[in-house]
Design a protein around this ligand. Structure first.
Ligand SMILES: Nc1nc2c(c(=O)[nH]1)N[C@H]1C(S)=C(S)[C@@H](COP(=O)(O)O)O[C@H]1N2
Ligand SMILES: [Mo]
Length: 310
């Protein structure tokens, strides 16, 4: 049995329950044995009640939103299938994404292991329409639900010596068939950001997509979205964030450093050694359009680099 409990202040005035009704309902629930210790308000929010979150109007698109079936049916998630993007959604069945914890550790004053449900209740969720560009040249434009990573960073109080954050994906070979098939890859998947990139308002911790909790194939229950960088920086299904003073090694850089640098910003004039990045293929039609500098986020992020690091 599912009882949806909303906090009083989340309800519009006209829907607010009068105190007397509230007390009656409470007495009824108590009589029915549905209230034990603690107050009704302390009941954990049903995570689904957090969606859809209010859209942040600041982020608009220059193209249509990608259809839901396309963005949830064409995925790079090597832990499940390293070759077939359309197979990933059918291979995530055994992947357990709840309960889920994230360890935040390293050079911080307040290291903490967070429960994902606690995170989604603590930081107000919003929806943002972002372009998303894979290094392989396909692109999409989708509504992510999440909150700026900076909120979580501030909560753990980084030490002044922390210059980077290293992110790590879950390693569950029994639930992730692609890992078993590719033992030569440097699992678990890991990524990194410089502190100012991580603190940037565009950098999202995403827990949802299309107004619903994150589909497993898109990185449930919690992933990064860094929209001005190639998609592989947007690490999925995160279990660990570690603050460090050294540039963290990354999964793709270890595999092929000449093709996948640490910064990996979307720069249309900077070709991949094996293909041009001047245009991109929009899923699902694969119609070509020009790639934008910093994936269209130049006005927000150009100041981070001063034309130096790519
Ligand atoms: N853990 C993990 N994160 C990952 C990947 C992966 O294989 N494993 N692929 C990356 C790549 S290459 C891209 S393009 C995006 C794809 O995200 P999407 O499937 O939600 O479109 O996830 C990124 N994050
Ligand atoms: Mo990618």
């Amino acid at each position: 049995m599912l009882i949806k409990v909303r906090k009083g202040w989340e309800l519009p005035e006209r829907d607010a329950t009068p105190e007397s009704t509230y007390l009656n309902r409470r007495q009824i629930l108590k009589a029915a044995g549905m209230l034990t210790t603690g107050s009704l308000l302390a009941a954990p929010a049903d995570p689904k009640s957090l969606y859809p979150a209010k859209r942040n109007p600041e982020f608009t698109l220059d193209r249509p939103v990608t259809e839901d079936w396309a963005a949830t049916g064409y995925n790079n998630f090597y832990e499940f299938d390293p070759n077939d993007k359309q197979a990933v959604k059918d291979l995530v069945g055994k992947f357990q994404t709840s309960p889920w914890q994230i360890e935040v550790t390293g050079m911080v004053n307040k290291p903490k292991t967070f429960d994902v449900d606690e995170i989604t209740r603590t930081y107000p969720l919003e929806e943002r329409l972002y372009r998303f560009r894979c290094v392989e040249a396909w692109s999409m434009a989708v509504p992510w639900t999440g909150f700026p990573l900076s909120h979580l960073i501030k909560a753990v109080e980084p030490k002044s010596t922390a210059k980077y954050i290293r992110f790590v994906t879950a390693s569950k070979p029994k639930e992730m068939p692609g890992m078993v098939r590719t033992p030569w890859y440097p699992w678990p998947y890991h990524e990194g950001l410089r502190m100012d990139e991580a603190m940037h308002d565009l950098t999202l911790v995403a827990t949802g997509l299309y107004g619903k909790p994150m589909p497993k194939q898109n990185g449930a229950p919690i992933r990064l979205v860094v929209p001005w960088k190639y998609g592989y920086k947007s690490i999925k299904s995160i279990v660990k964030m570690e603050f460090t003073d050294k540039e963290p090694p990354t999964f793709w850089n270890k595999l092929q450093s000449s093709e996948y640098g640490f910064y990996s910003n979307v720069i249309p004039t900077k070709a991949h050694p094996r293909w041009s990045q001047a245009t991109e293929k929009v899923i699902p039609t694969m119609e070509r359009r020009p790639t934008l500098m910093y994936n269209g986020y130049e006005k927000y992020v150009a100041g981070l680099y001063n034309g130096k690091e790519f």
